[in-house]
Design a protein around this ligand. Structure first.
Ligand code: LLP
Length: 397
């Protein structure tokens, strides 16, 4: 991701910023497009992961659809050239305004999360003399084996319709004259790395398909959501997810009829490894019990470590390059001693810490520190807390 040229380029730039490796993004998108095309699977990019203009333009250019969770995302998807036939609107709390705007745009499908929402979409569509296509998001009660803050498919979660509510859904669909039933939708969580979880999901989806067919509700679209995880520990060894293995699980275990389409909503897997947060050391504080590296980036730029105890690889680009170029004296052993630092941000909150006890070469004021795998749920979750400047973006191309 980084070479001597990038480092030289970074020296002259104001920090913090997100650095996007557009070539890696392109390779990731190609790998996903190739692996999904093998089975004729359709991928909608989950816009929430990253809606940086250059990033979504590139994703759109590979022919993916868009999975949106707000009126703003629906608008942005269409403005950025995603075909309205490939725009899906999901979310547990769609407002009337958002539903009306999406109806006006004739999007492909609403992923509906409750019986009440079905009725509201029907009423709003009727008022416009339109028919809305809907898929029912079902909570399958399948454990995603991921961090509990990003698990969505268990009965305790607020998402989707529980299976015991399905008779009420069938009843509502029969009454709602302005709805077209397209199929069923699932999303059980994010950062899922155990493929066995997806096998369990397929088994459950097969059972649920049966339920709908027995009630004469034919399913045209099976939407399996997103969630494929990335390797936060080893971004250089595994820069691109194993999309082949991921889609193969669904090909092997999901019952798909010839007239059915299989859809996915991948976010993180498409964008996470393509960006890093680049910052500078403002101050080094050596305490008795702790050494702190105080960066010019914090939870206002990347909140994942603070919100989900998420692990991100942290590297000192400047010192690593000085060592490589032997600009600093090598200890006799040839092994560079590592120092444990708590790498923290400048925000007035004790939780503003990227990671404690990070092993880094001795670091100095002005060194460039990068936080890797920050392309998903990074820039999009940045905030203006403490009235800080909006984080900038820099692109490899
Ligand atoms: N579909 C639905 C309905 C979703 O709720 C999500 C993510 C996705 C697709 C895309 O999931 P992905 O492929 O990116 O895992 N901010 C958290 C992640 C929240 C995920 C929210 N939903 C994080 O930084 O880990």
């Amino acid at each position: 991701m980084f070479n001597t040229n990038t480092l030289t380029r970074f020296q002259g730039l104001e920090t913090p910023f997100y650095y996007y490796d557009m070539a890696l993004l392109g390779q990731t998108l190609q790998a996903c497009a190739d692996a999904s095309a093998k089975y004729n699977f359709h991928v909608h990019y989950a816009m929430k992961a990253n809606f940086n203009t250059k990033v979504i333009d590139k994703i759109q250019s590979y022919g993916f659809g868009a999975d949106c969770v707000s009126g703003g995302e629906v608008k942005a998807a269409i403005e950025h050239g995603f075909s309205k036939d490939k725009v899906v609107f999901a979310g547990v709390g769609k407002s009337d305004k958002e539903i009306n705007e999406a109806l006006d745009k004739d999007i492909f499908c609403f992923n509906v999360e409750s019986v009440q929402e079905l009725q509201i979409i029907n009423d709003l569509a009727k008022a416009k003399g339109k028919t809305a296509s809907v898929a029912i998001r079902i909570n399958p009660n399948v454990d995603a084996h991921t961090h509990h803050f990003i698990t969505t498919g268990l009965e305790e979660n607020k998402f989707g319709v529980n299976t015991w509510e399905l008779p009420a859904v069938a009843e509502a669909l029969a009454k709602c004259t302005n709805l077209r039933f397209l199929g069923i939708h699932f999303h059980i969580g994010s950062q899922i790395t155990d493929m066995g979880v997806y096998k369990n999901l397929c088994v459950r989806v097969n059972e649920l398909q049966q339920w709908f067919e027995e009630r004469n509700l034919p399913i045209k679209v099976l939407n399996l959501g997103g969630g494929l995880g990335v390797d936060y520990m080893n971004p250089d060894e595994n820069p691109i997810c194993d999309f082949e293995a991921y889609f193969k699980v669904f090909n092997d275990f999901l019952n798909v009829k010839p007239d059915q389409e299989v859809h996915f909503e991948l976010g993180r897997a498409l964008v996470a490894q393509s960006a890093a947060l680049v910052s500078r050391v403002l101050y080094v504080k050596n305490g008795i019990k702790k050494n702190f590296l105080i960066l010019d980036a914090g939870m206002t730029e990347l909140i994942r470590p603070m919100l989900y105890q998420a692990y991100h690889q942290i590297e000192n680009l400047s010192q690593e390059s000085r060592i490589k170029n032997q600009e600093v004296l090598s200890p006799e052993s040839g092994i560079w001693p590592l120092i444990k630092y708590d790498v923290v941000g400048p925000i007035c909150e004790s939780t503003d810490c990227f990671r404690k006890d990070v092993d880094l070469p001795e670091s100095f004021r002005g060194d460039l520190i990068v936080v890797r795998t920050a392309g998903a749920y990074g820039e999009v979750m940045a905030s203006g807390y403490n009235l800080r400047d909006r984080v900038q973006s820099v692109y490899s191309e």
